[in-house]
Design a protein. Structure first.
Length: 270
């Protein structure tokens, strides 16, 4: 462990440079650049609110989020899902994209998927400004009266959980993608399934009990649900918190294990 920590510290500067590079490449040849970090989630929220708000109502009717403006409900789910999707996609392609560097210079190979996930996490944290702005707007207009309490500060816990989950899944995908390129196409389909099972723009309590159980098996749903609860001043669903935390940690351990086992074979397949 001490050797791992010392080795990690040795390459922290490189990690920082790779994170900056990934962020710059994300907005390369874009006139608005980093402003899209704020504009894109806002536009997505408006579109989803117009399309689904007409069917589901102006405010949330979910028992756990009664009275929450529908745009805020949508935005909380969309932001977390967008980070998970972009982070896992970036990590999945990281070894193949950096194949030339891997062949020429020794660098701990986990640095590449980690840098991709960190870059997306930085962008995600910046995009949370939009969520705060939209929340303040609805508070100012009087359409929503949020309970301001200590639960709101606990929203950091689901975000940590989300990062660990993305890191674990990203390590698994980055390993598989080296040997099976088709995993990129399979994962895009899987992400669509995950999105529709994350309750981003619908209310779980309107479903049948059996369907609710299936949705709750999706760990990303548990992360989003508990983030919403904390952000809206409510206590966590402890069953979901325990489930998602255990799932995320186990996935990270498994991802690191298979990455470590297969990393010496990467150079033969990139």
């Amino acid at each position: 462990m001490r050797q791992f920590v010392n080795n990690f510290r040795k390459y922290t500067y490189l990690l920082g440079q790779l994170v900056k590079k990934n962020i710059k490449l994300r907005y390369r040849r874009s006139y608005l650049g980093m402003l899209w970090t704020l504009i894109e989630p806002l536009l997505t929220m408006i579109v989803l609110s117009v399309v689904f708000g007409s069917m589901l109502g102006r405010n949330s009717t979910d028992a756990a989020f009664d009275g929450v403006p529908f745009p805020v409900y949508v935005l909380t789910g969309r932001l977390l899902y967008s980070f998970f999707s972009s982070a896992t996609n970036s990590a999945m392609k990281s070894i193949r994209v950096n194949g030339a560097m891997i062949k020429k210079v020794y660098v701990p190979k986990y640095i590449y998927p980690l840098s991709g996930i960190l870059a997306n996490f930085v962008v995600f944290l910046i995009s949370l400004v939009v969520l705060l702005g939209v929340m303040i707007f609805f508070l100012a207009t009087g359409d929503y009266k949020a309970p301001m309490n200590g639960h709101m500060f606990m929203s950091i816990i689901p975000l940590i959980n989300l990062f660990v989950l993305a890191m674990g899944v990203g390590m698994v995908l980055s390993t598989l993608c080296v040997f099976f390129r088709d995993i990129e196409y399979l994962w895009s389909v899987m992400l669509m399934l995950i999105m529709y099972c994350s309750a981003i723009f619908y209310f779980v309590d309107k479903m049948s009990p059996g369907t609710q159980k299936l949705v709750k098996l999706n760990p990303l749903f548990g992360v989003i649900n508990n983030f919403r609860r904390a952000f809206f001043g409510q206590a966590f669903d402890m069953n979901l918190l325990i489930y998602t935390s255990v799932f995320s940690v186990v996935t990270l351990i498994f991802g690191l294990f298979i990455f470590y086992k297969k990393q010496d074979s990467f150079i033969l397949n990139i």
